[in-house]
Write a protein that binds this ligand. Structure first.
Ligand SMILES: Nc1ncnc2c1ncn2[C@@H]1O[C@H](COP(=O)(O)OP(=O)(O)O)[C@@H](O)[C@H]1O
Ligand SMILES: [Mg+2]
Length: 361
C-alpha cells in the first residue's frame, strides 16, 4: 500500500495540513512539539479507530474545535485500485466514508487501511498489560480472516450481556443462553488466535534474528484465557459462575487471553530492560507486517515515530535496511534526519513540521 495523500484538520495542533507522501521512506522533521507525532497519529486513527496515545476523546481533537477530520488516499496493490477514506470524529460520534460511500462501522475503515506503528509506547506490547497483546493478535486476524470480526462482535456483545446479568445477580437460565453464545464465539476466536501466533512464529524467528540477535531465539506462547488444555470454554464458564456472580464480571474467556514472548539469550525469568523490550516489540511488529505482506501480497504502511530516540544507531540501521529491501512505504519522524538513514537509503522524501504546519522539502 502507498499513501498518496493525507489531509488532516483540527487534530491536536494541526489546523489544516495536506501532504503528498512518496513511495519508500518519508521523514517528518521538526522540533519537539511541532506536530510530527500528530501527523502519524492521523494515519493510525484511520487504521485503528484510535490513536496510540489514547482514544480520540482523550484530547486528540484540537482545543476549541468540535471534531477532527482525516482524509487518506492510497494506492492498493492487490487488487490494484486507488482508495479513499474520510473520517470526521468528535470523540463521541463519528462519520466515515470509504471510496465515496458512507460506512456504518469504523471497522470498515480499519479493515481497508493496514498500518503497523512502532512508537515510544510500543515496549508495552511485551512488558505492559494484556490489552495491546490481544489487539495485536486481533489486528492480524482482522486483516486476513474475513469471518473473524463477526465472531469477535458476537463475543463482545455476549460478554457485555453476561456481565450485566452477573451484576444484577440474575439466575441460571438467563445466564445459560449467554454462556452458550460466549462459548461458541469464544472457541472460534481462540482457535484463530492460536493459529495466528503459531503461523507468526517463523516470521518472528527471522525478524528477531536479523534485528536483535543478542536476544537469542524468540518464542511465543499463547494463553487462551482459560485452562483450555483441560476443559472447554462452556465448562470453564459454568465452573466459574459462582465466583463470577460474586464479583460481577466474567473471569474466564478470550477477553482474558494473552501471549508471552521468551528470548533464549536472556536468563530464564530475567526481566527485559526497557531497551530490550523495545527491540522485542519491534521484532513482533515487523514480523506481523511481514506476515501480512505474505498473506495479502502487499506491505502495510509502516510508521516509526521518533525512531532515533527509540533505538541505538546499529538497531536503527538494521530496521531501516530491512524496510528498504521490502519496498514498504514508511513514515518516520525525528528532530533531525537520522544519520543512519543517510547511510542506508539512497533516496527518501522529507517533510518539515513547524507550529502545526507541514511543508515538503
Ligand atoms: N487537543 C489539542 N489541541 C491543540 N494542541 C494540542 C492538543 N493536544 C496536544 N497539542 C499540542 O500539539 C503539539 C503537537 O505535539 P506532537 O505531535 O506530540 O509533536 P512532536 O511529535 O513534533 O513533538 C504539542 O505542542 C501539544 O501541546
Ligand atoms: Mg513526537
Amino acid at each position: 500500500m502507498q499513501v498518496t495523500r493525507l489531509d488532516i484538520t483540527q487534530l491536536r495542533s494541526l489546523r489544516a495540513v495536506s501532504l503528498a507522501p512518496a513511495a519508500g521512506i518519508n521523514v517528518l522533521i521538526g522540533d519537539n512539539g511541532a506536530g510530527k507525532t500528530s501527523v502519524l497519529e492521523a494515519l493510525h486513527v484511520m487504521a485503528y479507530g484510535r490513536s496510540f496515545r489514547g482514544r480520540v476523546g482523550d484530547g486528540l481533537v484540537g482545543v476549541g474545535e468540535r471534531a477532527l477530520e482525516i482524509f487518506v488516499e492510497w494506492q492498493q496493490a492487490v487488487p490494484q485500485r486507488l482508495r479513499r477514506a474520510g473520517l470526521r470524529h468528535s470523540g463521541q460520534s463519528w462519520e466515515g466514508r470509504l471510496d465515496g460511500e458512507p460506512v456504518s462501522q469504523l471497522g470498515q475503515l480499519c479493515a481497508a487501511l493496514a498500518v503497523v506503528t512502532f512508537e515510544p509506547g510500543s515496549h508495552a506490547l511485551v512488558n505492559g498489560g494484556g490489552e495491546p497483546r490481544r489487539r495485536f493478535m486481533d489486528w492480524g486476524l482482522f486483516h486476513v480472516e474475513q469471518t473473524f470480526l463477526p465472531y469477535w462482535r458476537r463475543y463482545a456483545r455476549a460478554l457485555k450481556q453476561r456481565n450485566a446479568l452477573l451484576k444484577a445477580r440474575a439466575g441460571g437460565s438467563q445466564l445459560d443462553s449467554w454462556d452458550h453464545e460466549l462459548a461458541e464465539a469464544g472457541e472460534a476466536i481462540t482457535g484463530w488466535r492460536q493459529h495466528y501466533l503459531e503461523r507468526l512464529q517463523p516470521w518472528l524467528s527471522e525478524t528477531n534474528a536479523a534485528l536483535a540477535p543478542t536476544l537469542g531465539e524468540a518464542t511465543l506462547t499463547f494463553l487462551p484465557g482459560w485452562r483450555r488444555d483441560e476443559i472447554s470454554l462452556a465448562d470453564a464458564l459454568l465452573l466459574s459462575r459462582d465466583r463470577d456472580l460474586a464479583t460481577g464480571f466474567t473471569s474466564v474467556g478470550p477477553h482474558r487471553a494473552d501471549w508471552r514472548i521468551r528470548h533464549t539469550g536472556l536468563p530464564q525469568g530475567a526481566a527485559l530492560s526497557r531497551g530490550q523490550a523495545k527491540l522485542s516489540a519491534l521484532g513482533c511488529l515487523l514480523a506481523q507486517a511481514e506476515r501480512h505482506a505474505a498473506d495479502r501480497g502487499e506491505w502495510p504502511i509502516v510508521v516509526l515515530d521518533d525512531l532515533a530516540s527509540e533505538l541505538d544507531s546499529s538497531h536503527q540501521r538494521r530496521v531501516l535496511e530491512r524496510l528498504i529491501q521490502s519496498h514498504a512505504q514508511v513514515f518516520l519522524s525525528g528532530t533531525d534526519i537520522p544519520p543512519t538513514l543517510r547511510d542506508v537509503a539512497a533516496d527518501f522524501t522529507t517533510f518539515h513540521v513547524e507550529h502545526g504546519d507541514v511543508r515538503p522539502g
